[in-house]
Design a protein around this ligand. Structure first.
Ligand code: HXC
Length: 510
């Protein structure tokens, strides 16, 4: 018996070493942690339960039968993050470069199936040279099996990808279909075709980092949702994100203990909006002042900064925030911000996370680049996402809500539950100057008349009361009471039930 026990111990020790000491050192030398070290940091101490530690590949080509390391280049299992269950796979670059074989894929599929069945998120740590070259089409089939599960799991359990090394070719499409992608600066990259192929085909010379590094994907392409300095920071931040999320679509978002008065008055908000309607102010200040303990988890912080998306808690309950940012492009909606916010709104709706929308939007960004780029279709994404969302929706207009953008930003007409406005709100088809130039074109040569018309328009429309008279705004609130009003609104919506008509699925303008 003793021999059998020690044999098990030996086998486990060998499996834990993955590709061996030399390759582990090389991994550390690149500033990367190993697959197991990453799992240890991601999960609560000693909570990891491993599956398939002894799975080995079945390939007999190219002498592969002589090297059959236990685990086959990926560590899989489940554990907890602050006591809540998650499934995890972590590719082991020290074993065949973390490349994906038929059996490697089967291990990932097994935990994805369990996650969907048992209702817990899947966190994938990607560090791989792609398809296991020696296995050919068996490897491609394995990828497709994973893709299919990514699709089936979408909207059922949260899926989070950490890219912590290479992720290239078709392999990128698994993370691409997950809800969030986080990357590590200088040690991870994602691209469909690498720098060598790019050089051959287009003659462009570009490094892997420039083509598909963390900065590229968080600032330019928006493929990734966050870029971190190193593995440790990325893993800690994913733990923080998981705390905000429900475990599956069968659950309400978590309600955690909170140490912040719902009635907290923020007098400084009474002066947040500047006197001059064209002077910007930082919408993040409002978000942080509304949130429990000022805790805000921002998603896509570095992309389309004219809109802010992320999670806060109000009275302990997770709430998704979408807010125009007057500091960037005056808070206009454009292609990038519409896409960014639409995806976020759909994530929240899929997982029953209520949405708080903070509005200061002068309209859609004009220009040929916007029109040629399809701002009509992209803007429609956000409109569609808000309109189909059945979660509690609370909206606060702080200043401008002009034109179509007023409608889009979770207005009453898109089934907003509580639509509040600050006294500084201006809800109108457009700003006074533009409006006067159109409706009083005949007076354009007469500065006095134009000034009078402008003053008249401002008096009539540059306020929230016309909309409030019609019931489109439920209440004009004091800025200093916003936290209390918003908390009470969401509290009253905890049992909201709203269903869209049956359909196979919708046809959102993609
Ligand atoms: C098998 C692989 C491998 C692969 C790396 N290795 N990639 N083994 N299949 N795809 C092995 C190497 O032989 C080496 O083994 C070890 O992993 C580490 O690789 P190195 O090249 O020494 O590491 P590094 O210099 O850091 O380079 C990493 C790399 C490079 C950039 C990822 O290995 C590389 O270019 N690999 C091939 C990438 C690729 O073309 N993959 C297929 C893409 S197509 P030893 O024993 O020496 O340690 C694809 C399609 C997916 O993925 C389609 C889905 C639909």
């Amino acid at each position: 018996m003793k021999d059998i026990l020690s044999e098990l111990e030996d086998r486990r020790a060998t499996a834990r070493l993955g590709g061996g000491e030399r390759r582990i050192e090389a991994q550390h030398g690149r500033g990367k942690l190993t697959a197991r070290e990453r799992i240890d940091l991601l999960l609560d101490e000693a909570s990891f339960e491993e599956f398939d530690m002894f799975v080995a590949h079945r390939c007999v080509d190219f002498g592969m039968e002589k090297q059959r390391p236990a685990g086959d280049g990926v560590v899989t299992g489940w554990g907890t993050i602050n006591g809540r269950m998650v499934y995890v796979f972590s590719q082991d670059f020290t074993v065949f470069g973390g490349s994906l074989s038929e059996t490697h894929a089967q291990k990932i599929c097994k935990i994805m199936d369990m996650a969907m069945q048992n209702g817990a998120p899947v966190i994938g740590i990607n560090d791989s040279g792609g398809a296991r070259i020696q296995e050919g089409v068996a490897s491609l089939a394995g990828y497709a099996e994973v893709f299919q599960r990514n699709i089936m799991a979408s909207g059922v359990v949260p899926q989070i990808s950490l890219v912590m090394g290479p992720c290239a070719g078709g392999a990128v499409y698994s993370p691409a279909m997950t809800d969030f992608i986080f990357m590590v600066k200088d040690s991870s990259y994602m691209f469909v075709t690498g720098p060598d192929v790019v050089k051959t085909v287009t003659n462009e010379v570009v490094t892997a980092e420039e083509l598909g590094g963390a900065i590229t994907h968080t600032k330019k392409s928006s493929v990734a949702d966050g870029a971190f300095e190193n593995d440790v920071e990325a893993l800690a931040e994913v733990r923080r994100l998981v705390d905000f999320l429900p475990l599956s679509n069968r659950e309400k978002p978590p309600v955690r203990p909170f140490f912040d008065e719902a009635k907290r008055v923020e007098n400084s908000l009474d002066t947040l909006v500047p006197e001059n309607p064209n002077t910007p102010y930082d919408m993040k200040e409002l978000i942080v002042k509304l949130a429990d303990e000022g805790d805000f988890y921002e998603i896509q912080e570095d992309y389309a900064k004219n809109i802010i998306t992320g999670f806060v808690r109000l009275e302990g309950q997770t709430v998704g925030v979408v807010a125009n940012q007057p500091m960037v492009l005056a808070g206009c909606l454009d292609i990038d911000s519409s896409r960014k916010a639409a995806r976020f709104v759909r994530f929240c709706d899929a997982f029953e996370i209520p949405i708080l929308t903070l509005v200061d939007v002068p309209g859609f960004l004009p220009g040929t680049s916007q029109e040629y780029g399809g701002v009509i279709k992209h803007g429609a994404k956000l409109l569609f996402a808000y309109g189909e969302a059945t979660v509690p929706k609370v909206t606060v207009i702080t200043r401008k809500a002009y034109g179509g953008a007023y409608d889009v930003m979770a207005s009453k007409h898109l089934r907003g539950d509580f639509n509040y406005a600050w006294p500084t709100a201006e809800i109108a088809v457009m700003g006074a100057k533009g409006a006067v130039e159109i409706i009083h074109r005949a007076d354009l040569g007469d500065a006095d008349k134009i000034a009078a018309h402008t003053a008249e328009y401002e008096e009539r429309f540059a306020n929230p009361f016309v909309a409030a008279e019609k019931g489109f705004i439920d209440e004009v609130i004091f800025p200093h009471n916003t936290r209390m009003r918003v908390c009470r609104a969401f509290a009253s919506l905890r049992n909201k039930k709203l269903q869209n008509p049956w359909k196979k699925h919708d046809n959102i303008p993609l």
